[in-house]
Design a protein around this ligand. Structure first.
Ligand code: UDP
Length: 496
């Protein structure tokens, strides 16, 4: 275990970050931590070993760049909660029935986390939404707690509106649409698209209530967003929550340079690889990238529909699928499919963890099919890509509204039902024809397709401006740091 190496100077701000144990929460929180270090803040990130392995190389590089940043590793209590070594992260490979044990393990670590906030003499803690208790810790320590919320401000505002006004109670069937009241735009959704914890009271409802209570008591909320992307909803969110909210994104653009992109998450691109050679043969904006994030568990029947849909769309594609051992249902079909599209040179099947930032940046990529995971959305916006939206779980249906109805840079595939990330139905939710139609519409040459592309490229320019000196996210980070500094100075004056 590393020992605290605290900066000497009293004016040095020290911020401790505690990301949650899921890849898509770790990635942006670590990027935010790295941005704070770019601003000269002394940063410590607390993580368990398997989670630290996801980002440690980027911290080593930042440290070599002279930035005041480090990871503090805490052992996960596998034996105490009855988990095998290494199972400490929520992702597609997380075995069923383990999520509650991971939560239990994290709560056993609470005392250690709190002690580390003290040891590192934190002037502020930035903790994931899934650590609501940390707001009390911060209050005891008389320091600010900033909460990191994954997802768009729109999606969070939408959940707040559904919870408050209960519009879904007034529809007769799961597929009737209703207007979500109290939002800056007239947005509609169906009962089936509402997360289960908002439809009925379950364990997650209680957890979300605790998260929201803690958020209201926090110093402020951080989003991986920027003014031109979600700014109306950042302002709206501040009003409905009565809190401060800041968009500090796109964090991946800000924090990651060349090698960081090649080794991000589980990626390890050392030299020119098959996918890159293949993409290099394709013309600009001609290939659609298809990925469903780090937690996807589609059944074989759905993978088969996607394969047929992509093949019949007539457009070239690169599709990320999970690595599966021989003998698994659907593996033979996918191997045949891979062979066939290789021969026709129409597609590239990527098995395992893709270097997504590098792929999205490639000039041949002209669009993406996404499950509306917020990180992927922000990364695609940054790359100037229009999207086919296929929301699945969490706040993804809300994110889809932003892309399709507000920004108008996306074509919905027609995803009808919200599911828990680890509870995918065996039946097919979206047909091959729906996939084909959406991809053909996105990548086609109709006027509306061109308009989507134009808007997406415009938004990409705005993303770059947001993090330049004087840009919206740049100013947000500066303001947050000044507010933490002012908080610290007030404490010193009160003590004296
Ligand atoms: N990601 C990646 N390669 C993959 C799958 C995912 O680099 O093969 C990254 C992606 O760039 C994004 C994150 O993992 O930063 C996924 O987060 P997102 O919010 O999009 O979806 P989730 O994983 O929560 O479903």
């Amino acid at each position: 275990m590393e020992s605290p190496q605290l900066a000497e100077a009293d004016h040095q701000l020290r911020v401790v970050f505690l990301p949650f144990s899921s890849t898509s929460h770790i990635i942006p929180v670590v990027d935010i931590a790295r941005i704070f270090a770019i601003f000269g803040v002394d940063v410590t990130i607390i993580a368990t070993p398997a989670n630290a392995a996801i980002f440690q190389k980027s911290i080593d590089r930042d440290s070599a760049r002279g930035r005041p940043i480090r990871t503090h590793i805490v052992k996960f209590p596998f034996a105490e909660v009855g988990l095998p070594e290494g199972i400490e992260n929520f992702n597609a490979d997380t075995p069923p029935h383990t999520p509650s044990k991971i939560f239990q393990g994290l709560s056993l670590l609470r005392d250690q986390f709190e002690q580390l906030f003290e040891d590192y003499q934190a002037d502020c803690i930035v903790t994931d939404m899934f650590f609501p208790w940390s707001v009390e810790t911060a209050a005891k320590m008389n320091i600010p707690r900033l909460i990191f919320l994954n997802g768009s401000c729109l999606a969070h505002a939408l959940e707040h509106a559904i919870d408050k006004y209960q519009p879904h109670r007034r529809v007769e069937s799961g597929t009737d649409s209703f207007v979500i009241p109290g939002l800056p735009h007239e947005l509609r959704m169906t009962l089936l698209q509402v997360p289960d914890w908002l439809r009925t009271t379950n364990t997650f409802t209680h957890m979300m209530n605790a998260i929201k209570d803690a958020e209201r008591k926090s110093f402020g909320s951080l989003f991986n967003s920027f003014s031109a992307l979600d700014g109306d909803y950042t302002e709206h969110y501040k009003k409905i929550m009565g809190t401060k909210s800041w968009g500090v994104g796109p964090v991946s653009l800000w924090a990651n340079q060349g090698e960081d992109k090649a080794e991000r998450g589980r990626a390890n691109v050392k030299e020119e690889e098959g996918w890159l050679k293949w993409l290099n043969t394709k013309v600009e904006d001609s290939v659609i990238y298809v990925s469903f994030g780090s937690m996807n568990k589609f059944p074989p029947s759905q993978l088969i529909e996607i394969a047929h849909g992509l093949e019949s769309s007539g457009h070239d594609f690169i599709w990320v699928i999970p690595k599966k051992e021989k003998g698994h249902e659907g593996v033979e079909f996918l191997e045949e499919f891979e062979k066939r599209v290789k021969e026709t040179n129409k597609g590239y099947v990527f098995k395992g963890w893709a270097p997504q930032l590098l792929i999205l940046d490639h000039p041949a990529i002209g669009g993406i099919v996404t499950h509306c995971g917020w990180n992927t959305i922000v990364e695609s916006v940054n790359a100037g890509l229009p999207m086919v939206t296929w929301p699945l779980f969490a706040e993804q249906f809300g994110n889809e509204k932003l892309l399709v109805d507000v920004l108008k840079i996306a074509v919905p595939v027609g995803s009808k039902e919200w599911r828990n990330w680890n509870d995918f139905a065996e039946e097919t939710a979206v047909t091959r024809e729906e996939v084909r139609k959406a991809v053909a519409s996105l990548m086609g040459e109709a006027e509306e397709a061109r308009e989507r592309r134009r808007k997406a490229k415009e938004l990409s320019q705005e993303a770059k401006k947001a993090i330049e000196v004087g840009g919206s996210s740049y100013n947000s980070v500066k303001e947050i740091i000044e507010e933490i500094r002012a908080f610290k100075s007030r404490k010193v004056i009160t003590k004296a």
